[in-house]
Structures are given as structure tokens and as C-alpha cells.
Design a protein around this ligand. Structure first.
Ligand code: UDP
Length: 329
């Protein structure tokens, strides 16, 4: 039987497909290619281009393929856009997941691993953040992801579906092969934006705020390598295969780095001076987000292997320097 990866042409989805195939899994990908890239589709996966909001399309995939479980990455994920166009996020993320779940229930498919986010917490009450902490999203993106988690919960209670929701902190880095990496348009994430400077695409990196209550005044984030995230999805799949109950797990390294520390590490990795300019705070940015991933480590047996910041940035740089225009070249 195959694993269906929704959004398998996107950043984290494509890296998860590479790991699944490395581990001998049979993989089917669905992606509407709105933000995914055909070049990121693994050559050994069977690819169906289409949209999860289209019931007859998603039914046809389940009819043609023998699907054991679903890994669900198919969503819009830009925080800023989710604030200016919230209904796009309700439509794709929530309505899409509703259609998907209707089709899964109709086809008797009862396992799903879900791509969630630290944005479900909003401004944290304390760090490191535990899965049991309050969820109070400060943007539409996080709100839709939290609602999707709840949709799995109630659908599971009614129809016997089990889910694992993985709340990622700051995904970064790229696959060791150099074939796939991060390619968003527009790009809003810190590490790829920093690397645009040594790539000659940007004069300087902007630092959004130096007046936070952190050790150097810039925001602290928990950066986690995309391959470690991918491995966690496989652990979660095996957890569900073993018959375990639905649950939610944070995924991070449990270590925070400031924006200035990330820029300094990128200078060391690239050998480029990377000029930085200080700007005002970006709306909605909490000062510090650090995961407690103890639960994923003890329950799923997950061990992130790429915790070193310079190693993470080196792997990202290996991708970006060879793909300065993303998949376009
Ligand atoms: N950031 C920055 N300059 C940029 C992009 C991001 O200073 O050009 C900061 C941002 O304010 C946040 C951190 O870098 O504190 C990580 O931002 P990113 O968008 O990568 O991830 P987020 O934590 O928002 O999910």
C-alpha cells in the first residue's frame, strides 16, 4: 500500500517524500502546484496534479491508488498574506481539509499525519513551549491550522480516524543531495533572505526590531532542519501504524538563536560580510519561540540530527548558491 503525500511538491513535503522513498515506502503525491514545484517531485513517486478542494479529483486518487495513510502538507502558509486575505486561508486550509476528510472517511482511510505550526500557540505564556500550553493564534494562518487539528479530533471521534499533528517551529535547511530546497515566492523567511545577500540578489538583510527583551534585542527562534522534520513524519506514521492514539507533538531543537546570531553564522558559512540594516518590528512577531520537543523525543523516538546552526545554514547555502532563482534555473 502507498502513502499519499498532499503538498509533496512543496518545501517540507518534498523533503518528506525523499525520506519516505529512501526508507522503501511507495509514495503517491498530490499537489496543485500553486506554490509547489514540479521539479521538487521525486522521480520515484506517482504524481497527480490537482486540488484537495475538488472532491471528485481526490476521490479519483483514492479509487486508483491503494492508500494506507495520508501525510497532509497541502495548505497556504504565509503569515502576512493570511492577514490581508484571510478567506483564502479558510478556503484552502479549512475547506480543503474538510473535503479531504469526507473523502478519507468514504474510502475507509483512517490515518493522517498533519503539518501544523508553532503559530497555533500565538504569544507564548512561557518558553520552552509545551503541547499542553494555551493556543491563542495571532494570525489567520495559525488559526486555520489550529482549526484543522480540531477537525481531525472531532472527525476521529465520530469515524475512527487517528491523526498525529506536528507543530513545527522554524523549518530551514535543504536536502543533502542539493536537488531540493526552500523556494518560496515571495520569500519571507529569515535564512533564505539572508542568503540572497551573498547570492547578489539583495544588498543587505533587514533586522526587524532590536528592542525585544532578548539577549541582543532581536527575536529568538528555534531553527529545525527540514530533514529532521521529514524524519519526524515517518516516526509519526509508524506510531499510527502501531495502533497508537491521536496526539500532537512540537518539533524543534529546543535551542533558540537570535536574528543577529543567525546572520553572524551565515557570514561565517558564506565568507561574505552580509550587511544588515535595522528596521522596525514586524507586526505579530513574538520575542521568543522555543519548542519543548521532549514529547516527540520520548513518545515518537525522534532525535533531530542537524541541530548545529552552521550546519543548517551550510545545507541551505548549498542549495541557494546553486539555485539563486529557486527552481527557475
Ligand atoms: N526576520 C528579520 N528579517 C527578515 C526576515 C525575518 O529580522 O528579513 C526575523 C523575524 O522578525 C523573526 C525571525 O527573523 O523574528 C524569523 O522569521 P521567519 O519569517 O523566518 O519565521 P517566523 O518565526 O516568522 O515563522
Amino acid at each position: 500500500m502507498a502513502i499519499l503525500v498532499l503538498g509533496g511538491a512543496g518545501y517540507i513535503g518534498s523533503h518528506t517524500v525523499y525520506e519516505l522513498i529512501d526508507q522503501g515506502e511507495d509514495v503517491v503525491i498530490v499537489d496543485n502546484l500553486e506554490t509547489g514545484h514540479i521539479e521538487a517531485v521525486h522521480p520515484k513517486a506517482r504524481f497527480y496534479e490537482g486540488d484537495i478542494r475538488n472532491r471528485s479529483f481526490i476521490d479519483s486518487v483514492f479509487d486508483q491508488e491503494s492508500i494506507e495513510a495520508v501525510i497532509h502538507f497541502a495548505a497556504n502558509s504565509l503569515v502576512g498574506e493570511s492577514m490581508t486575505n484571510p478567506l483564502k486561508y479558510y478556503d484552502n486550509n479549512l475547506c480543503g481539509t474538510k473535503v479531504l476528510l469526507e473523502s478519507m472517511v468514504a474510502h475507509g482511510i483512517d490515518k493522517i499525519v498533519f503539518s501544523s505550526t508553532a503559530a497555533t500557540y500565538g504569544e507564548p505564556e512561557r518558553v520552552p513551549i509545551l503541547e499542553s500550553d494555551k493556543t491563542n493564534p495571532t494570525n489567520t494562518y495559525g488559526e486555520t491550522k489550529l482549526s484543522m487539528e480540531k477537525m481531525f479530533k472531532w472527525t476521529g471521534l465520530a469515524h475512527g480516524l487517528r491523526f498525529v499533528s506536528l507543530r513545527y517551529f522554524n523549518a530551514c535547511g535543504a536536502h543533502a543531495s542539493g536537488n531540493i530546497g526552500e523556494a518560496h515566492n515571495p520569500e519571507t523567511h529569515l535564512i533564505p533572505l539572508i542568503l540572497q545577500v551573498p547570492n547578489g540578489k539583495r544588498e543587505a538583510i533587514s533586522i526587524y526590531g532590536t528592542d525585544y527583551e532578548t539577549k541582543d534585542g532581536t527575536c529568538v527562534r528555534d531553527y529545525i532542519h527540514v530533514t529532521d522534520l521529514a524524519q519526524a513524519h515517518i516516526k509519526a506514521l509508524n506510531y499510527l501504524r502501531a495502533g497508537n492514539a491521536s496526539d500532537i507533538f512540537n518539533l524543534g531543537n529546543g535551542v533558540g538563536f537570535t536574528v543577529k546570531e543567525v546572520i553572524e553564522a551565515a557570514r561565517e558559512v558564506t565568507g561574505h560580510p552580509i550587511p544588515a540594516k535595522v528596521e522596525g518590528r514586524r507586526a505579530g512577531d513574538p520575542a521568543t519561540l522555543i519548542a519543548s520537543s521532549e514529547k516527540a523525543r520520548t513518545v515518537l523516538g525522534w532525535n533531530p540530527e542537524h541541530a548545529d546552526l552552521k550546519e543548517i545554514i551550510s545545507s541551505a547555502w548549498n542549495w541557494h548558491k546553486n539555485h539563486p532563482n529557486g527552481y527557475a534555473n
